[in-house]
Design a protein around this ligand. Structure first.
Ligand SMILES: [Zn+2]
Length: 266
């Protein structure tokens, strides 16, 4: 089953045609989709969308690239929000805590703040027994260090671009690695080797739409969740396997790490 485990369907790039974008994804066999929040401002639009689309899932959290905007009360506010969602009708759709993690690629100037919020959110995930959606750019080993310290039930290392060894450590901590458009570029040798060599049981699919457009769309073009099937077909080519098998197994993997999504898939 095709599941887009990471799609920012809430962002303004989709304001003009959000429902059509989801419709097109469903027509292209996408059966489930997870929208991760990135900050407080993204929460209400996501809740509104998910109220009207009970077959889509979401995650709540502060993204590392937005931690400078986070008020002192951000973590208390997040905890209250999780609590309130879990007590209401949207509870089945809150599938994870995310998007959380560390990004030392853009800046390390706020490293201490990033780590503080990351640790606080890992603790929240642990408290609520929810998996996490991780953003791990330029900081994989540090992310792994805190995942070892705060043992959550597992989750997804989104847009994974590390080494085979780092992927194995993630797997040992209950995580799958998310792959999308990046591996569709024939020059992306390192990530394609990873997609080929990792056990298929460690892989889940994602678009990260509107970002990371696949090769056939080209850089700078808006990515959409209906590209997921072609991404699965590209991974099938890399692994020399039928795409039906890639779709079936990555779907099972997604449900294994995000169990609540099983009840949402259409
Ligand atoms: Zn993201």
């Amino acid at each position: 089953m095709l599941i887009d485990t990471h799609c920012h369907l809430d962002v303004s790039e989709f304001d003009a045609d959000r429902a059509a974008v989801w419709q097109s994804a469903m027509q292209q066999q996408v059966r489930g989709l997870v929208i991760p929040a990135v900050n407080q401002a993204s929460v209400q639009p996501i809740l509104d969308w998910c109220t009207r689309h009970p077959n889509t899932g979401f995650a709540l959290g502060w993204h590392p690239m937005y931690v400078d905007q986070a008020p002192q009360s951000a973590m208390a506010q997040l905890a209250a929000q999780i609590e309130s969602v879990l007590a209401g009708p949207l509870a089945p759709q809150l599938v994870a805590i995310g998007e959380i993690g560390l990004d030392f690629y853009v800046t390390r100037a706020n490293e201490a703040t990033q780590i503080a919020l990351f640790e606080a959110q890992l603790q929240l995930a642990k408290h609520y027994g929810l998996p996490v959606l991780l953003h791990v750019r330029g900081a994989i080993d540090t992310v792994l260090k805190y995942c070892r310290k705060h043992r959550v039930v597992g989750g997804i290392a989104h847009a994974f671009n590390g080494s085979l060894q780092q992927a194995q450590v993630f797997a040992s901590l209950g995580f799958k690695c998310g792959f999308g458009g990046a591996c569709t570029y024939t020059r992306a040798l390192k990530i394609r080797a990873l997609v080929e060599q990792l056990p298929l049981s460690d892989i889940v699919l994602e678009t990260d739409a509107p970002d990371i457009p696949p090769a056939w769309l080209g850089h700078g073009v808006r990515n959409t969740p209906d590209q997921l099937k072609k991404i699965a077909e590209e991974i099938a080519l890399i692994r020399r396997m039928p795409s039906t098998q890639i779709i079936e197994i990555t779907g099972k993997n997604s449900i294994a790490v995000l169990p609540k999504i099983a009840h949402l898939c259409t």
